[in-house]
Design a protein around this ligand. Structure first.
Ligand code: ASP
Length: 471
């Protein structure tokens, strides 16, 4: 058997006989000659079938075929300058139909924006065949790979943390998973690995990262998928806020140069704005600092720092406190107060600055982090201020306990992995860069979860569905 060659590589096989496997992307039947654009993961190549290839007439769009043929330079008049392989074609000698295809329910040769999103999600495995989606998947892979190489070289360890866990309060609603072994009790899916990464610092890991899946039961928006998302979770011991900003800035500046060479970063070092400044000047804490907002190649990164540690508590903050306290954490309840402002925790909590940093790109908050509290007394004080009851504090006793055994000062950040790629590519919604996202209505792609379960499964869990709640 001849070696299988990818479309993108045919240029280096001119004059050779090769085997090529791909899907029929386009088809032009000129009677004696049949022209097929054959597509594989790397691109598209034109294949010409002469009259000796009898079954060429059977080919339809998206048939998966294998051909053997010779790579040739096209006659000058036939050159297509628009595609990278447009100067070449394969003259087929043999054709094998591996899998036929029914007519597709959605087109895959367009950018796909024109197709109803629900239908795209139902057939996501076809939707991902389109070039734009394949590029997005590849960018996702490249970004993950770059991050791993960069951080490992800097001495970070990639460590995973549990998915079945306890509520990790980041301010959103938890997803709950019922326990079979301890009926009536629930796990929560992690809103982020926040507490685990802090415990890894107590464990002496010093430099941790994880490309982590996080779960939050929040309404979707253009920049937020429903249910789950991925973030680059980073934590370090013995660092200042400056160290965290510098590492993140260097990582993303280099990453952009490598993965988005056509794009340019507006300003390096990235501008740093205090929360007060940016609110006064731009009316937001995530300003869009691009000069020309229509230019897809401008990347305007900035930092927002010096956030107030607390904001006024609203009704939605019931996850944090009793709902009667005045204060809610601006970031999360583990963010350290500015050392100069510690006395204000008693005197005037709203004036306390937090050591929080937000990473902003083109008007999107693409990451957030902070220096953490490592003194259990201050942690308890913050719990009190956000209105934790004795019972709620007890729920966190494992965390406070961990802090009494020689805790290093530590801090970190968690740039949103999907959200960064979405903002950098200037995509229309974050779902465009997630392989199998849930729809805006919360239904998962292809498999259409959530779904009902058998009564026996509920019995095992000791769960009964209230009458009237069944759809
Ligand atoms: N856990 C935080 C979040 O998910 C990030 C951090 O503080 O490192 O927003």
């Amino acid at each position: 058997m001849k070696k299988r060659v990818f479309a993108g590589d045919i240029i280096s096989h001119i004059g050779e006989e090769i085997t090529f496997t791909g899907w029929v992307h386009a088809r032009r039947d000129h009677g004696k000659l049949v022209f097929i654009d054959l597509r594989d993961r790397s691109g598209v190549v034109q294949v010409v079938f002469g009259p000796s290839i009898k079954n060429a007439g059977e080919l339809r769009l998206e048939y998966l075929i294998k051909i053997t043929g010779e790579v040739k330079k096209r006659p000058q008049a036939m050159v297509n300058e628009k595609t990278p392989t447009g100067q070449y074609e394969v003259s087929a000698k043999k054709l094998e139909i591996i899998s036929a295809s029914e007519a597709l329910p959605i087109p895959v040769d367009s950018d796909g924006y024109e197709v109803d999103e629900e239908v795209r999600m139902k057939y996501r495995y076809l939707d991902l065949r389109r070039e734009r989606m394949k590029r997005n998947l590849k960018v996702r892979h490249d970004v993950a790979h770059f991050i791993r190489v960069y951080l490992v070289e800097k001495g970070f360890w990639e460590i995973d943390t549990p998915i079945l866990t306890k509520s990790t309060p980041e301010g959103a609603r938890d997803f709950l998973v019922p326990s079979r072994l301890q009926q009536g009790k629930f796990y929560a899916l992690p809103q982020s690995p926040q507490q685990y990464k802090q415990m890894l610092m107590i464990a002496g890991v010093e430099k941790y990262f994880q490309i982590a899946r996080c779960f939050r039961d929040e309404d979707p928006r253009a920049d937020r998928a429903y249910g789950e998302f991925t973030q680059l979770d980073i934590e370090m011991s013995f660092v200042t806020q400056e160290d965290i900003l510098q590492l993140t800035e260097d990582l993303f500046t280099k990453l952009c140069a490598e993965i988005f060479p056509e794009k340019h970063i507006m300003q390096t070092p990235w501008p740093r704005l205090t929360h007060k400044e940016t609110k006064e000047k731009y009316g937001t804490d995530k300003p869009d600092l691009r000069k020309d907002k229509n230019d897809p190649n401008e990347l305007a990164f900035s930092w927002t720092v010096d956030f107030p540690l607390f904001t006024e508590q609203t009704k939605e903050d019931f996850f944090h406190g009793s709902g009667v306290a005045k204060f809610a954490p601006s970031h999360h309840m583990f963010t350290a107060p500015h050392p100069d402002d510690i006395p204000l925790l008693d005197a005037d909590p709203m004036k306390v600055r937090g050591l929080q940093h937000d990473m902003v790109l083109n008007g999107f908050e693409v990451g957030g982090g902070s220096i953490r509290i490592h003194d259990p007394k201050i942690q308890e004080k913050v719990f009190d201020l956000i209105g934790f009851s004795k019972e709620q504090k007890e729920q966190f006793s494992y965390f406070l306990n961990a802090f009494v055994y020689g805790t290093p000062p530590h801090g970190g950040i968690a740039p949103g992995f999907d959200r960064f790629i979405y903002a950098a590519l200037g995509e229309k919604s974050v779902r465009e860069v997630i392989p199998f996202p849930a729809s805006a209505g919360g239904t998962t792609s292809v498999m259409t979860a959530p779904s009902e379960v058998k009564k026996g499964q509920l019995d095992e869990l000791g769960i009964e569905i209230k009458k009237g709640n069944k759809q």
